[in-house]
Design a binder for this molecule. Structure first.
Ligand SMILES: NC(=O)c1ccc[n+]([C@@H]2O[C@H](COP(=O)([O-])OP(=O)(O)OC[C@H]3O[C@@H](n4cnc5c(N)ncnc54)[C@H](OP(=O)(O)O)[C@@H]3O)[C@@H](O)[C@H]2O)c1
Length: 346
């Protein structure tokens, strides 16, 4: 007899056009069959990723929504897809079997019915904890790796500045830059985060941007010889100040501009003469365009994690119901490292 279960998932109640609050979300329930149809795979979700970019998908309108399929708009009441790790419960595909560990596009829910064409791969954890495959070995990890090596094009000894440096992407970028032989300074939003950057992650220096009244002079203090590479996770006034402190032929990797996502932050007014006369390159990028680097990225990071040259920071909340606060917390700076929600026991 066909087994049917209730699947709880998180949805938005209506589009979110400012800073998200927990009340914007609700737990919904649907009924799903545990007998997979042909070409379907039913996955029990174990760990799901919590990412700032989801906010653009939740807005009634954002220029990002038509760029790539991962950025497609999310409708009120509907399931929200996300990167995650799960275990196969039933499979209508020959390449997946019950109990296989998988990684791919799952959902902020207890189960995902993965239809043909949706990203799903078998996961060999390679002896590493499963949350690592959502964080440093997942999209955040690829973002940091491709962003730093492909977009920043580092040279040994260069001065690197990383914003949101204790976050998922930033914490990895700073460590890659240090291992590569750069001088690295990060900024973050609390003293605890600053201490972690210097004491645990090996940054040469770090500061709490919330304590600074003048970001331009703060960066002059931390970079008396100027910035060669700015890995930007925040945009806004920090981008403005970083460009003002860049050296000739400096590179800015525009990874994200979180200070502008909720609509309240100041937009940057870049001194474009600096960009021209210092021949600065400012390049936006998406990790999804760098899947060709995937093999190199995985072998590099697994080696660094195994040998202890790099630290993985995973910030894990527990239970489906914790997803709204985990997500909202990204915009308050609650997380240290990759924000992940564990939905079920391994
Ligand atoms: N291009 C791509 O393919 C790609 C892929 C993944 C992520 N991203 C982008 O990369 C950035 C980091 O993402 P993540 O997943 O690693 O998140 P994360 O850094 O782990 O978490 C977000 C952090 O941003 C900081 N923040 C929040 N509001 C801020 C504000 N108004 N001003 C300055 N900092 C603020 C907070 O840290 P503090 O305590 O330091 O403020 C917070 O912990 C985001 O902009 C994201 O959209 C881009």
């Amino acid at each position: 007899m066909e087994e049917v279960i209730e699947n709880k998932f998180i949805a938005i109640k209506s589009h979110i056009n400012g800073a998200p609050i927990e009340f914007d979300f609700e737990v919904k329930t649907e009924t799903i069959s545990l007998s997979a149809k042909s070409k379907e795979v039913i996955v029990k979700n174990l760990y799901v990723s919590i990412d700032p970019y989801q906010l653009h998908r939740m807005k009634s309108c954002s220029s990002s929504q038509t760029t790539i399929y991962l950025a497609a708009p999310v409708q009120p009441g509907q399931s929200i897809d996300t990167y995650g790790v799960g275990r196969v419960v039933a499979s209508g595909r020959p390449d997946f079997a019950k109990d296989d560990l998988v990684v791919g596009l799952l959902a902020w829910g207890e189960y995902t019915v993965v239809e043909e064409g949706r990203l799903l791969n078998k996961l060999d954890p390679m002896g590493l904890p499963l949350p690592y495959h959502v964080g440093p070995l997942g999209f955040s990890g690829l973002t940091a790796y491709a962003g730093f090596f492909e977009i920043c094009k580092p040279k040994k000894g260069e001065n690197v500045f990383v914003s949101a440096a204790s976050g998922s992407v930033g914490s990895l970028v700073g460590q890659y830059a240090k291992l590569f032989g750069c001088h690295v300074v990060g900024c973050a939003g609390s003293q605890k985060k600053v201490d972690l950057l210097k004491e645990k992650l090996g940054f040469d220096d770090a500061f709490n941007y919330k304590d600074e009244t003048d970001l331009n002079s703060a960066l002059k203090r931390y970079f008396p010889n100027g910035i060669d590479i700015y890995f930007d996770n925040v945009g806004g006034e920090m981008l403005e100040a970083a460009v003002a402190n860049m050296n000739k032929f400096g590179r800015v990797a525009l990874c994200g501009v979180i200070s502008e996502y909720t609509g309240g932050g100041k937009r940057p007014a870049l001194e474009m003469l600096d960009v021209v006369y210092k021949r600065i390159t400012i390049q936006g990028f998406l990790a999804a365009d760098h899947t060709k680097n995937y093999g190199d990225f995985i072998s590099t990071i697994t080696d660094h994690l195994r040998t202890g040259k790099m630290q993985a920071l995973c910030d894990i909340s527990h239970g489906l119901e914790s997803i709204p606060s985990a997500f909202v917390g990204l915009f308050r700076g609650d997380n240290i490292g990759k924000k992940i929600v564990q939905i079920a026991h391994e």
